[in-house]
Design a protein around this ligand. Structure first.
Ligand SMILES: NC(=O)c1ccc[n+]([C@@H]2O[C@H](COP(=O)([O-])OP(=O)(O)OC[C@H]3O[C@@H](n4cnc5c(N)ncnc54)[C@H](O)[C@@H]3O)[C@@H](O)[C@H]2O)c1
Length: 383
């Protein structure tokens, strides 16, 4: 029986443990906090109780799922594990120390980090066998979101094969990616928020921008999504990618986001945000705002251009980028497919228009990426 180890029983760790256990794997899980260890199975049960109540899961299946997860005192108990996934705090020193302890306790296991923003190379740097460690980036909520990004740079092919097979065995779509800031999804998603914030600063309302994106098929508009994530978390991610990408204007951090964070109205967690009020998110009936397709074109042109910059860096295909954004963000289609629907010429014209209109400091934000048009042509000619 293959055993999976999970270190860290917060939001992500518990979700990852549930994911593998639901697929029939035995899971050993731990956390440095006694409270987190003691409450883990209770939290898991509480999270699944509505499914049981709705008849979508039997009580017996829930019992069987919980029986496959054994909470242990520390990573020293991970000896039988074939794969150990770390989902602790996003701090490099803590992750390095933890992997040292795990590598000593489980000399054979493949090691994986669920980091969102740290470099996998930096986490593994001083491990005795660094190539055993790779990235397995799950999305929240882990049991629901289909996508896992497999960060392969510098990892042993055998370790990658094991991590891929076990994670696909847990029902996930695993997409390879390079060890780059934001990997695929968090990098390519930047314009969804950034260009919406640019439009807001130009005087469009958050509700109108959200309405345009919903009409284009997106389940949540950019501002409803920021409210869900938390404006503070979104700002931290935006600043982190902006810095990691050398401050390029494509990742410009808009003042409207900083101001929102400074106001304290962070979104759902504070009960008020860009489009969230005391009665919930976006309470304006959809038909009171006529969606403006021009707003959607602008955001989708920027999404495709950003995806093209990642494509240009290599190590990923246009098809994988499209799949990753569909499955990692619930986008109705990936950025290349969306641009394809507008047509390459329309998208290129929109970028040129935006570049002309932008203030000098932001002009490079809109510059057409040389890889975009060939990628769209290739997609059009693909069988
Ligand atoms: N929350 C998300 O949406 C999300 C999505 C993808 C990836 N991630 C990444 O997943 C990781 C965990 O995020 P989270 O949101 O679950 O955090 P969290 O704060 O909910 O949980 C972290 C848990 O790790 C425990 N912990 C801390 N140090 C530990 C150690 N040395 N050994 C064992 N347990 C330890 C903490 O007690 C806590 O229970 C981070 O690296 C984060 O960047 C988060």
């Amino acid at each position: 029986m293959t055993v999976i180890g999970v270190a860290g029983l917060g939001v992500m760790g518990l979700g990852i443990a549930q994911t593998y256990a639901a697929a029939g794997f035995d899971v050993l899980a731990t956390d440095t906090e006694a409270g987190a260890r003691q409450s883990a199975l209770q939290r898991l049960r509480a999270g699944l109780a509505p499914r049981v109540a709705a008849g979508k899961m039997t009580a017996a299946a829930l019992d069987a799922l919980c029986a496959r997860i054994r909470v242990v005192d520390s990573v020293v108990d991970f000896t039988p594990c074939a794969l150990v996934i770390e989902a602790i705090a996003e701090q490099i020193e803590a992750k390095r120390a933890l992997f040292h302890a795990i590598a000593g306790a489980v000399p054979q296991a493949v090691l994986a980090t669920n980091t969102s923003s740290l470099s996998v190379a930096a986490i593994r740097a001083d491990l005795p066998e660094p190539a055993r460690l790779l990235g397995l980036h799950f999305f929240n909520p882990a049991p629901v979101m289909k996508l896992v990004e497999l960060v392969e740079t510098g990892a042993d092919p055998q370790a990658l094969a094991v991590a891929r097979a076990l994670t696909e065995g847990a029902g996930k779509v695993v997409i390879d990616c390079a060890d780059r800031p934001g990997f695929i999804v968090n990098r390519c998603a930047r314009p969804y928020y950034g260009e919406a914030l640019a439009l807001l600063e130009e005087g469009h309302s958050a509700l109108a921008i959200d309405a345009a994106m919903r009409a284009a098929g997106y389940r949540l508009g950019p501002f409803a999504l920021i409210d869900l994530i938390g404006a503070d978390i979104n700002l931290a991610a935006s600043e982190q990618i902006h810095a990691a990408m050398g401050g390029h204007p494509r990742y410009h951090v808009f003042d409207a986001l900083r101001a929102q964070v400074a106001s304290g109205d962070l979104g759902r967690k504070t009960g008020r945000g860009f489009v969230t009020g005391p009665t919930g998110p976006d309470t304006v009936p959809p038909d009171t705002i006529a969606p403006d397709p021009a707003l959607a074109l602008r955001i989708e042109a920027l999404l495709a251009n950003e995806a093209a910059t990642l494509l240009e860096e290599g190590g990923v295909t246009a098809k994988d980028i499209d799949t990753a954004l569909r499955l990692g963000l619930n986008f109705p289609q990936g950025p290349f497919a969306a641009a394809q629907s507008w047509g390459a010429e329309v998208v290129a014209r929109e970028l040129a228009r935006l570049e002309r209109a932008a203030p000098p400091a932001l002009k490079p934000r809109y510059r057409l990426c040389p890889a975009l048009i060939p990628a769209l042509e290739q997609a059009r000619n693909a069988p």
